[in-house]
Design a protein around this ligand. Structure first.
Ligand code: DAT
Ligand code: MG
Length: 148
């Protein structure tokens, strides 16, 4: 089953949005297979956001993502990578539709509440950066036959 890496950023944790965000993915019908509150090191931040290292906002982005605890998660389900991106909304909250996480809870691009992998390759890479294999649970829920 497809898996993605999602993370409530430090602004989302400070604003008390972990439960709201977990609830959206649970209610949708996706399954949580890993989760932890953690503080990201400078090194992990630079690896995670490596694709942006030449961008002018890179320093600010690394400072922000290391500024407080994040809630890192792995979610599983059919088409979860691209559907989670839809549920998050556009990167810039000025363009995120109401009803999406960023559309409902964020105002500026630098503090946009949530991260989500953007492709199967980045999902695999990011899950590997944040989680050891033994930190992920594989389990069946009886309700799955009513979702898939
Ligand atoms: P996404 O998080 O939607 O995958 P991204 O990978 O393009 O977006 O950028 C990573 C993060 O960097 C994004 O969530 C917020 C920050 N960011 C992007 N563009 C920015 C900008 N122009 N100014 C400040 N921060 C920006
Ligand atoms: Mg991205």
């Amino acid at each position: 089953m497809e898996k993605t890496f999602l993370m409530v950023k430090p602004d989302g944790v400070q604003r008390g949005l972990i439960g709201e965000i977990v609830n959206r993915f649970e209610s949708k019908g996706y399954q949580l297979v890993g989760g932890k509150l953690m503080t990201i090191s400078q090194e992990l931040a630079e690896q995670h956001y490596g694709e942006h290292k030449e961008r002018p906002f890179f320093g600010e982005l690394v400072d922000f993502i290391t500024s407080g605890p994040v809630f890192a998660m792995v979610w599983e389900g059919e088409n979860v990578i691209s559907t989670a991106r839809l549920m998050m909304g556009a990167t810039n909250p000025k363009e995120s539709a109401p009803g999406t996480i960023r559309g409902d809870f964020a105002v500026t691009v630098a503090k946009n509440i949530i991260h989500g992998s953007d492709s199967p390759e980045s999902a695999e890479r990011e899950i590997g950066l944040f989680f050891k294999e033994e930190e992920l649970s594989s389990y069946e829920k009886a309700v799955n036959s009513w979702i898939n």
